[in-house]
Design a protein around this ligand. Structure first.
Ligand code: UTP
Length: 291
């Protein structure tokens, strides 16, 4: 069995829900307090044992590579002014053993197309996909860590899933499944953004996947679907006919940071846990709510 060593981060979406903030910057560079969403996702992957990070970048192509690259001038300035703590933060964005690869998605043709862009770098191995705008906070093991554990027992594709409110099913890929245990089910069918009355359940696929390399061949055969985009969900629907695919209800709390409301909720909750801010921010919120 091949271990999961590579993770794909599709960051080439247009991020229209966040315009004008995303006019010149990918939404994955939006910060939660002081850390960009993409760094949370990269840290989650590294904690799960990944050592190659593959970023699928779009038209605002430079800020994500810049974020993970060495910043010589900034480091020199921080060193000269004795700001050691900041210098350590800037120097340790990623451990030195990690390789970053950047692939340009020339046109935003959809998530499925973005994943397909990683084919030549991933090769013939199972791999992870993380959508950084789904920020998942956990107490102990990260969401991807939990999924890698499941993969090591079952050796098949695993989708991160969550129960969502029935009225929101049309925003997600929704599965039809047979329960195996408390948190694990076998996926029987999957449909992208169904109408409420057509949804097979309220179990939604969130932005964490472990996929076998077979998905690439199926993506090559996938036509444009919902939203006129090449949908990863449609290729997974084909994968189900050939291989076992499991849905895993992770232990943790997801913030949909691709939406303004989810982004604000994450900002508030992370600020309330931030060592430098929590006391001041908590009393500010308390006073605000009391009024
Ligand atoms: P979304 O469905 O959230 O689309 O993409 P979006 O364009 O980023 O945002 P809105 O809906 O216009 O506000 C889900 C994930 O797939 C990536 C996005 O960057 C996001 O991580 N994606 C989407 C691509 O990399 N390429 C694409 O062509 C489409």
């Amino acid at each position: 069995m091949k271990a999961i060593r590579k993770a794909v981060f599709p960051v080439a979406g247009l991020g229209t829900r966040f315009l004008p903030a995303t006019k010149a910057n990918p939404k994955e560079m939006l910060p939660i307090v002081d850390k960009p969403l993409i760094q949370f996702a990269a840290e989650e992957a590294v904690a799960a044992g990944i050592d190659v990070l593959i970023f699928i970048i779009g038209r605002n192509k430079s800020s994500i590579p810049d974020h993970f690259d060495k910043a010589y001038e900034l480091e020199a300035e921080l060193e000269a002014s004795g700001k050691q703590e900041m210098l350590n933060i800037v120097r340790n964005i990623l451990p030195s053993r990690i390789d970053c690869v950047y692939i340009r998605q020339a046109e935003a043709l959809g998530l499925g197309h973005a994943v397909l862009c990683a084919q030549s770098v991933v090769g013939d191995e199972p791999f992870a996909v993380l959508l950084a705008d789904d920020l998942i906070s956990t107490n102990e093991r990260s969401c991807l860590n939990q999924m890698v554990d499941i993969y090591s027992q079952h050796h098949c594709s695993i989708l991160g899933i969550e129960q969502v409110a029935r009225e929101t099913v049309s925003r997600y890929g929704i599965i039809d499944s047979a329960q195996i245990s408390d948190s694990l089910s076998k996926v029987n069918a999957i449909v992208e953004k169904p109408a409420i009355d057509k949804a097979p359940s309220n179990l939604a696929v969130v932005g964490r996947y472990i996929l076998t390399p077979r998905i690439f061949k199926l993506l090559e055969m996938t036509e444009r679907g919902a939203g006129n985009e090449i949908q990863l969900t449609d290729a997974i629907a084909k994968l189900l006919n050939e291989e076992t695919v499991l849905g895993y209800e992770f232990d943790g709390k997801r913030f949909d940071c691709g939406s303004k409301s989810g982004y604000l909720q994450a900002t508030v909750e992370f600020a309330l846990q931030h060592p430098e801010l929590k006391q001041e921010f908590e009393s500010y919120l308390y006073d605000l709510v009391k009024k």
